[in-house]
Write a protein that binds this ligand. Structure first.
Ligand code: AMP
Length: 594
């Protein structure tokens, strides 16, 4: 529990930082240079100097591939100060979003302190809005409600938040390599407070068998259903994975709750211990859950199972926006909250108005987290603006409204002018700090001939096709794509998992409507795609409808390859032959554009 005053401190800190962004950014860069100018990496460009103008003139803008040789040397045992003066304590494995390879990002003690601060700030924002909802339910104004609580201990209720770790691996030099979320969950500071805020026992979160972990987190979430005020996961995929898991396991969960005994296949000692302290026969609870879950339609299931939940807290922007309708269906109208924008490279932004709908979410950058620069992009093609002229990145406070940018990060842990690979659009300012809409991952491109289809283009095309299926009671459980070049000319393949809103595993899809979906997608793709099609340089777009659970298997595949489940984002486009093979083995029907 925290006091209202503690939340207020967080909010005040956000106000101060966003009001003084230019000075704070200069301070952040100044400190980074002062400490690290002597590293092997920076000294080749700065000659030991700490001058910010020189930094911008001489230090190159880089991708992961450019700095990988330095990272590999450290991973193989050379000293950290090739890149950064503060010792590297571990590497964070990025999830390899959009089908790329997982990357190793250096992390220092200061990074974990920044992480703790970032999550405290997020908690302040969320608590403010939870209080606002509560005040509204009581018919009070927010300020009167705060006045009444002022200084009191405030228990905001608990989250049913699905959190997963991956086993640590080690680099040849003995440094840990793990996802940033795993590192966060294993931190003592998190362990100490988790039981106050979350129904998931720490033992279940730290169990690296994701099935046992999910089972225990759902079981405790169901047993404590009256305490749950929000259902959450970092990204929307995991809440949906939990719903699918519940579909497959609710009878077993009810039987465990009825008998007070846990299933034999839960063998992890941590999970067993955590459950044994809360399990007791509860036939009444089992009956209520059974009544809810045996309904034909699972519309609003989250609200029915957790009636005090006020929102679903999981990122639904960027590639996750494909899940908005599905989450709305299961959530029964609960608001969807996307509160953070962060990556393994840096903690970046917070949504200061978390109750705004998914399509209007903007993240306000937090100036203390890293030094941020922005490469202007050409709005139409999202390539670097004015290709003929050398485009210069701009500082955080100098970005322009409505302009698109690619994010560059200079972190306290040895990344300098590093391309994160995300495209952002400026939507406004909070005090002097810009707010950004997440647009897409850069370079996720389907291409057969001269066409270039980005993540956002594909999302629009699928959304367009979905409008034909929604009135028929179908929703999407995931899609991805690849450019099939096995025959000439090649064509786009969209793998699509569809589900009927009414319980029904036998999907009856009308071939005419599915062909129309293919056509709608093509119509929605860019002019160049369509003219290529007219000239037969590209074959007809194909939709391959896959069986229920196929996208969970795709996730399992990526998790087996090193991605953390917590940070998993469905790739919009897959390159991996293995991943394509998995989905191909699940195809139920194929449809082509007429
Ligand atoms: P990782 O480093 O593996 O956790 O992946 C970080 C990437 O996830 C970012 O670079 C973004 O592409 C994506 N991401 C993180 N937060 C958001 C968000 N709020 N909305 C959309 N995409 C996000």
């Amino acid at each position: 529990m925290a006091t209202i005053n503690e939340f207020k401190d967080g909010l005040q800190m956000l106000e101060e930082a966003t009001g003084d962004a230019e000075r704070i950014q200069e301070q952040v860069l100044g400190q980074i240079l002062k400490r690290n100018a002597g590293t092997e990496y920076l000294s080749q460009y700065l000659n030991g100097k700490t001058d910010m103008v020189l930094f911008k003139k001489n230090v190159p803008i880089v991708t992961y591939e450019d700095i990988k040789p330095y990272i590999d040397r450290i991973a193989n045992g050379e000293t950290s100060n090739i890149l950064v003066a503060e010792p590297i304590v571990e590497f964070h494995r990025s999830s390899g979003t959009s089908g790329g390879q997982p990357k190793l990002i250096p992390a220092t003690a200061e990074i974990s302190n920044l992480g703790a601060l970032y999550f405290t700030l997020i908690a302040s924002v969320m608590n403010k809005h939870s209080l606002e909802i509560e005040a509204c339910e009581l018919g009070l104004t927010y300020s009167y409600f705060i006045y009444r609580h002022f200084g009191n201990l405030y228990q905001a209720g608990k989250r049913l938040e699905f959190m997963f770790v991956k086993e640590d691996s080690e680099t040849p030099s003995g440094l840990k390599a793990r996802s940033s979320s795993t590192s966060f969950y294993k931190d003592d500071r998190f362990r100490k407070v988790v039981s106050k805020h979350s129904t998931s026992p720490i033992e279940a979160i730290l169990c690296s068998d994701t099935n046992q972990s999910m089972y225990c987190q759902l079981l405790t979430g169901l047993i404590k259903r009256d305490e749950v005020v929000s259902v959450a996961s970092a990204f929307a995929t995991v809440v949906l994975r939990a719903i699918k898991f519940l579909e497959d396991h609710w009878k077993e969960l009810c039987s465990n709750i009825r008998s007070g005994e846990i299933s034999d296949w839960i063998t992890d000692s941590g999970c067993k211990d955590a459950l044994s302290s809360i399990m007791k026969p509860n036939p009444q609870l089992a009956d209520s859950i059974q009544n809810i879950c045996s309904c034909k339609s699972w519309e609003g299931i989250i609200q029915k199972l957790w009636p005090k939940a006020k929102f679903i807290n999981a990122v639904t922007t960027g590639v996750m926006s494909q899940y908005v309708e599905t989450l709305e269906f299961y959530g029964g109208g609960l608001p969807l909250v996307s509160v953070f924008y962060a990556c393994s490279e840096a903690f970046c932004g917070i949504n200061l108005e978390p109750l705004t709908g998914p399509s209007h979410v903007s993240y306000t950058f937090i100036p203390n987290m890293a030094y941020f620069e922005f490469l202007p992009l050409n709005k139409d093609s999202l390539t670097i603006a004015q290709e003929d002229i050398e485009t210069k990145p701009v500082d955080l406070v100098h970005v322009m409204l409505d302009q698109y940018y690619e994010l560059l990060v200079t972190s306290v842990a040895g990344l300098y002018r590093y391309k994160v690979g995300d495209v952002l659009k400026v939507t406004g300012f909070h005090n002097s700090t810009p707010q950004f809409q997440f647009v897409e991952r850069q370079n996720v491109i389907l291409s057969i001939h001269t066409d270039k289809t980005s993540e956002e283009d594909l999302l629009k095309a699928v959304t367009e096709a979905k409008t034909l299926l929604e009135p028929l009671g179908f929703f999407s459980r995931g899609y991805t794509s690849y450019a099939d070049l096995s025959s000439i000319p090649g064509h786009y393949v969209i793998f699509w998992e569809l589900k009927a809103k009414e319980e029904n595993d036998n999907l009856e899809l009308d071939p005419k409507i599915m062909a129309e979906c293919c056509y709608r997608m093509e119509e929605s793709l860019g002019y160049i795609y369509r003219s290529n099609r007219k000239q037969n340089a590209i074959e007809a777009l194909e939709i391959r409808v896959v069986k229920q659970g196929s996208f969970d298997e795709l996730m399992d595949y990526y998790v087996s390859q090193g991605t953390s489940m917590t940070q998993y984002k469905t790739p919009s486009c897959i390159m991996s032959k293995e991943a394509i093979k998995i989905l191909d083995s699940k195809v139920m029907a194929k449809f082509f554009s007429p």
